[in-house]
Design a protein around this ligand. Structure first.
Ligand code: C2E
Ligand code: CA
Ligand code: CA
Ligand code: CA
Length: 282
């Protein structure tokens, strides 16, 4: 028994070592990725349901590393948060997303908005509002066309500081969404207190629509609650016409997901939005 215990211990230890070493390697590669131009954004369109209209895009980060191949954001963003690179990367994402929107505006898409995901470290940095204000000013984007997406855990973990930051963003005119709504430990008290503009219902509650009993009870409840608080409600991860129909009938404001489009490279996204017609959604 003793030998087996030892053996397990050693294997466990080795495993931790490999994971830690791998993180260190990726962390180093990530430091160089920004300078080497290995990061880029893709854009996923968002659609209002009535009347049907493309309202904006969510910017999503991609990393293609020559050494490590394509790495998913869920694999490298936690590392960037750990080593602090997320501050630099996050500012790059913000500026790049705004510059892309500005280019599209010059192609005539002048009422499109862009949503950018924000990490907790960015929010905790005292000058994040200044960073955002400067980027908007530099690029020439009106503040109301930018939406920042924050997760519940980000907001709850730093309630006091978050509230002050969020009020500053609203004073600027920037929209604020709670991302992955329903998956974190959100309290309704925070929803009332924080100057949020948008709820994004997590894909987990959309997956089972229209047949799953729980999902088809929960989703309309979130829509109704959001509306009674004066919020815009967006459903994420919509993959089928039946899900879209269900959400449209319950008054959900907007949908995002593969049913509309997967995330697209910038040029494809511009073409998609320009060619999109409401009839394609019937
Ligand atoms: P998220 O913000 O919830 O983004 C939505 C994710 O769901 C994206 O994955 C998107 O590709 C995927 N998705 C969209 N529609 C569908 C659908 O209909 N079906 C399915 N199966 N998936 C769908 P992605 O791009 O891998 O991003 C994963 C997460 O990484 C994001 O989740 C976000 O939390 C984070 N992330 C991405 N870009 C950034 C960034 O620039 N900054 C920060 N801080 N986080 C980011
Ligand atoms: Ca998001
Ligand atoms: Ca989400
Ligand atoms: Ca369920």
């Amino acid at each position: 028994a003793k030998a087996a215990g030892r053996c397990t211990f050693i294997r466990y230890d080795d495993h931790m070592d490999v994971a830690a070493r791998q993180r260190a390697v990726v962390s180093g590669a990530l430091r160089r990725a920004l300078d080497r131009g290995e990061l880029r954004l893709v854009f996923q369109p968002r659609m209002a349901l009535s009347p049907p209209r493309i309202t904006g895009v969510e910017a999503l980060l991609r990393w293609s590393s020559p050494e490590h191949g394509d790495i998913a954001p869920s694999d490298f963003i936690p590392i960037a948060e750990e080593n602090g690179m997320i501050l630099e990367i996050g500012e790059w994402v913000l500026r790049e997303a705004c510059m892309m929107l500005q280019r599209w505006r010059q192609h005539g898409l002048d009422d499109m908005a862009v949503s950018v995901n924000v990490s907790v470290l960015q929010l905790l940095r005292g000058d994040f509002t200044d960073v955002v204000a400067r980027v908007l000013d530099d690029v020439g984007i009106p503040a109301h066309l930018l939406e920042l997406e924050l997760t519940e855990s980000v907001l709850m973990a730093n309630a006091e500081q978050s509230a002050a930051q969020l009020h500053a963003f609203r004073a600027l005119g920037v929209s604020l969404a709670i991302d992955d709504f329903g998956t974190g430990y959100s309290s309704l008290a925070y929803l009332k207190r924080l100057p949020i503009t948008t709820l994004k219902i997590d894909k987990a509650f959309v997956d089972g629509l229209p047949h799953d009993a729980e999902d088809s009870a929960i989703t309309p409840t979130i829509v109704a609650m959001g509306h009674s608080l004066g919020l815009r409600v967006v459903a994420e991860g919509v993959e089928t016409r039946a899900q879209m129909r269900f959400l449209a009938e319950r008054g959900c404001d907007e949908i995002q997901g593969f049913w509309i489009s997967p995330p697209l490279e910038a040029a494809q996204c511009l073409a998609f939005v320009r060619n999109w017609r409401p009839a394609s959604m019937q």
